[in-house]
Design a protein around this ligand. Structure first.
Ligand SMILES: Nc1ncnc2c1ncn2[C@@H]1O[C@H](COP(=O)(O)OP(=O)(O)OP(=O)(O)O)[C@@H](O)[C@H]1O
Length: 309
């Protein structure tokens, strides 16, 4: 179990993590989702004792990381896959880890096998590895001590689609056997596919959290896509009734349920040619909740359309 309690991290005047609290439970994969610069890595660095909190704390199974005896046996960490010494082979990296943790060398081969780096791959220098291979090695390094908790920062970066699926299955299996997994990503899809719980962070603050069902309840609602024999008249009638209408290609997008749209069309004697319910996706919610922290929104307002061309 990971407990993050009122965690705040300031760098000078910049608040990177602002009063963040959440838990990661055993048997679950918790997805830590946020746009670039949201504070995910900083939070994870505090978890493993690499960054000091300004206030608040993080504990793993009730203890701070620094107070864990032989922490690699409790918490497997993958923060930066490229941080390994480029001149060492994968095998050497894992042998060193095994020696440091007091593990039998048989664990090295098991870990290499587990991440698909056994055989000649394991004898190549890490400097010649692709990013995906480094991520695999990072995962082997995190898993070698057979920890009950995994803290993984963007572990899918650089993996090919088959590798992403492999990692997803590995993490699901690990959680199913009672492990606790915290996995960060800036990609909603990646988190959605694997996480039981999602913690969304933007500008250092938690903006939403819950399982998929709970997040679905937060989604702001239902809209409709409608097409008719006279979209101009229908749009005017809908707007007159206070509904928000936008044109989406040839159809109208209305912020109201289909039944309401259909009633207005009937009152106006406009024949509908199609009417489809459109629910907000989790992605809409994510973008909405982190809108003021999305760099692309900021970039668009600084550089109005066309200014960059
Ligand atoms: N050592 C540091 N000194 C100053 N500012 C820092 C430091 N580390 C992180 N920051 C700032 O804190 C904020 C959060 O950064 P962090 O790396 O935690 O974000 P992130 O959510 O992991 O982003 P990404 O998805 O881009 O990795 C950013 O504005 C970053 O520039």
């Amino acid at each position: 179990m990971i407990d993050v309690t009122h965690l705040t991290v300031r760098f000078g005047h910049h608040v990177a993590v602002d009063d963040v609290s959440f838990q990661c439970r055993p048997g679950q994969v918790t997805g830590f989702l946020g746009p670039n610069g949201a504070g995910k890595t900083t939070t994870m660095r505090v978890m493993v004792g690499l960054t000091a909190p300004t206030s608040g704390e993080v504990t793993v199974d009730g203890r701070r990381y620094a107070d864990l005896p032989n922490p690699g046996r409790h918490v497997g960490v993958l923060l930066d896959a490229s941080a390994q010494h480029a001149g060492r082979t994968a095998r050497e990296v894992l042998v060193l880890a095994a020696r440091t943790m007091g593990l039998p060398l048989s664990r090295v081969d098991q870990a290499l096998e587990l991440v698909g780096l056994a055989g000649t791959e394991a004898r190549r220098r890490v400097g010649n590895y692709s990013l995906g291979m480094r991520q695999r090695l990072g995962l082997a390094h995190a898993l070698i001590g057979d920890p009950a908790v995994l803290v993984l920062d963007e572990p899918a970066n650089g993996l090919d689609p088959a590798g992403i699926r492999w990692m997803r299955d590995l993490l699901r299996d690990y959680a199913a056997r009672g492990g606790t997994v915290l996995l960060s990503s800036h990609l909603l899809h990646e988190v959605e596919m694997v996480a039981d719980e999602i913690v969304m962070i933007g500008s250092g603050r938690i903006v939403a959290r819950g399982d998929r069902g709970q997040l679905a309840d937060l989604q702001s609602g239902e809209g409709s896509l409608v097409d008719s024999e006279d979209n101009g008249r229908l749009a005017a009638a809908l707007t007159d009734r206070g509904l928000t209408v936008t044109r989406d290609a040839t159809v109208l997008k209305v912020a109201a349920p289909a039944l309401e749209v259909s009633r207005v069309a009937q009152e106006e004697h406009v024949l509908l040619t199609s009417l489809v319910t459109q629910r907000d996706t989790l992605e809409d919610l994510f973008l909405e909740l982190t809108a003021d922290t999305q760099r692309d929104v900021a970039a668009r307002s600084t550089h109005p359309e066309g200014a960059l061309r």
